[in-house]
Design a protein around this ligand. Sequence first.
Ligand code: SF4
Length: 327
Amino acid sequence: MNPPLLEVRDLCVRFPIGRRDWRGRAQAHANAVAEVSLSIERGEALGLVGESGSGKSSVARAILGLTPIASGRVLLDGVDLSALGRRDVRAKRRSLQMLHQDPFASLDPRRTAIESVVEPLAIHRMLKPRERRLRAMVLLDAVGLDPLQSARFPHEFSGGQRQRIALARALALEPELLVLDEPTSALDVSVQAQVIELLGELQKRFGLAYLFISHDLALVRQVCARVSVMYAGRIVESAPRDELFSAPAHPYTQMLLACAPLADPAMERARSLPVLEGEAPSSARPPSGCAFHPRCPERQRVLGERCVRERPMLTTRAAHGAACHLI
Ligand code: SF4
């Protein structure tokens, strides 16, 4: 059996807190990500959802090698990236590319659209100069940009068009997996819909896999076949999309779904929303036991002290996992 395209096992990411010693080393660390495991098959889209600060972007950055891993493993095609030398990791990581929330983060304002797409090919010494420009034109066309606009600079495009250029650039190195970090949150709702549609088309055309990071459950539902929910640096629920949306098992997922805005504005105005009280905890000082216990409506009703004392493990039954003492 072939290994998954991407496999993350027991990933932990830490950041320094508090005072430093005389050598500048931190005296203490806090977990931004703790024991996160996930896998993505070729051509599959996995959604990673949660509130701001839940650790989802830290997972993405660790997978891409942009932030150090405290422990755990990242395997690409079954190969542990930590076991490879620097040159081999760089070559292997070509098949992972990222699309940022803000296209200005990946586009140089001094480069034209076509130069932005050609640049990664030049950095990796792929193709001859003329072939690079041809490939860039094909990609700009694939993301729905008029090739006649390829000599324009980023500021001459709309936000949605800039995100299309960033997508063409991300596709230049023929990646197998795109990490999409809140790719539409800086865009208007109508432009969001166009970019989501484009992502679906590109996924089919190029056989792409996605790790789609978002706080917007409606977008995740449109793009992803499976969804993992993060809270305070840990995955608290993971399930096939339809199952997660029709029968969420974890009280946090239930609250997220209950609070998500409805597509119909009239229904949205008419309903009374449940309240997700309190703030997401700081990962520097997570609550004891189940990190969700200070906000959980079920704790008071059912379990009380056990939730405060004991952290629930992720229990998986038939591809649906949840970390709650009720399960
Ligand atoms: Fe709520 Fe307890 Fe389940 Fe945590 S373990 S989600 S506090 S019921």
